[in-house]
Design a protein around this ligand. Sequence first.
Ligand SMILES: Cc1cc2nc3c(=O)[nH]c(=O)nc-3n(C[C@H](O)[C@H](O)[C@H](O)COP(=O)(O)O)c2cc1C
Length: 497
Amino acid sequence: MRASRTRRLAAGLAAVGAAGYLAVKDRQNTAQPIRAMYPLAYWGRRLATEVGPLLRQYWFESDEAERPYNRTTRNWVYASARERPNTIGFGATYRSDEPGAVVFRPRTFTNTAAGGHGGRYRRSIGGRGTRTVELDRWAYISGMSYGALSDPAVRALNIGAREAGCFQNTGEGGLAPGHLEGAKVIFQMGTAKYGVRNDDGTLNDDLLAEVTAHDEVQMVEIKLAQGAKPGKGGMLLKEKITPEIAEIRKIPLGQDALSPPGHAEFDDVDGLFDFIDHVRSVGGVPTGIKLVIGGEDEIRGIARKMAAEPDRGPDFITIDGGDGGTGAAPMVLAQHAGLPMRMAVATAHQVLLAAGSRDDVALFASGRVATPSDAALTMALGADAVGVARANLLALGCIQSLKCHTNTCPTGIATQDERRMKVLDVDAAAGRVTSYLRTLIEETELLGRSCGYTTPDQIQHGDVVVQVEPGRWESATTVVAIGRPGPGESGPAPGPD
Ligand SMILES: Cc1cc2nc3c(=O)[nH]c(=O)nc-3n(C[C@H](O)[C@H](O)[C@H](O)COP(=O)(O)O)c2cc1C
């Protein structure tokens, strides 16, 4: 009895002593004025700031409020990935009465607006001195590098894509073993030429030829820019660089891997075309580019040169929206640089059409596509195929904790921490990716049929209307209106001070 009282007294004294010590340290910490002014109470605020986003996400925020993906969207992806019913009862909760609302115009009879062509989706890519590649799915997994993602995540995405019949883009981190589980692959070459570089960062032709010799590698994508950070190359912090990643990328250990903002080999459209010619001749596969739209003049320059020299130029162009995702990017670029995908893809499509080169190139687009209506709208605005990155991470099990840049991803997806990545079961996660991609494709086809077509890529921009202000609807060509970010899209998430 007496012993336990003594223990309680000792514990109490220790707690008071620790609190006193902390209060003195807080008071002395003039580098953080709030801490010095409110010793001890500061820690309550700190806890509230840390826990606040979690509570908001689960308890307080409305189903439509969160960004980049609101709960309604995430739940649709989760349900599709787990093969749970994603039908709803009673009626729509989508606010079709508000500005920004996107509505597809259904048809009772066959729609002939697309020229009446029917059958299955199919696109041939290439032909400029290489074999052609047949795309028979319009959805693919957009580039996310091994390094930004863990090995189980890359592997699960590859198996998931394989089973759904979709392509996987490697991202700019080189070709990893996880990319060779059987899916068809687009090898991405970023400005640092990871995996196919000399020590000085220039392209090593032999290494590129080795990469494209893999049967799985069907195309090469030269990354000019990424929507989340145009003007800045890839960033992989040294904490995420393991010896294996260093070996795959051909970079030293112990240093952050920062790609240069541009390719050393060229700085204008003529130089780009020369470089594409070179990569295509070394790689022997259709070769495209990934870029972000700023002004129309650059894409117009590419489009006009393609029209003038139809045997040259990219076999495909990927447009990445300024609203695209990233493993790590400076906030100012992620939030404020680059046209949003819908506006950007419509711009590229129109410019290519005007130049007469639209039929010579496949147009891919990525940027916050997660649901069938996102995908259908992207194709209605001009895309031939749609890249999906983050929604596939949701299918893997991502909970949108926004920690991809910290190596502390709680679901083992965007981390190189062995303990964390162990929780990701490759086969189960791959099954969810397959199921999500299949559902996305099937339900987008459903929407296409509702509009009177046989495949969703036939949907025209005139089949979609957008509410631009209360009561005023315009066709989806009013891309500026639908490309405009919604409320709350550009605000920073405050962290603890
Ligand atoms: C974790 C992560 C890593 C990424 N890594 C790359 C990359 O290596 N190369 C690239 O071009 N884009 C990269 N991206 C961008 C995606 O490929 C895609 O263009 C962008 O996120 C838009 O698609 P989404 O909105 O479906 O995510 C990455 C995105 C994420 C989330």
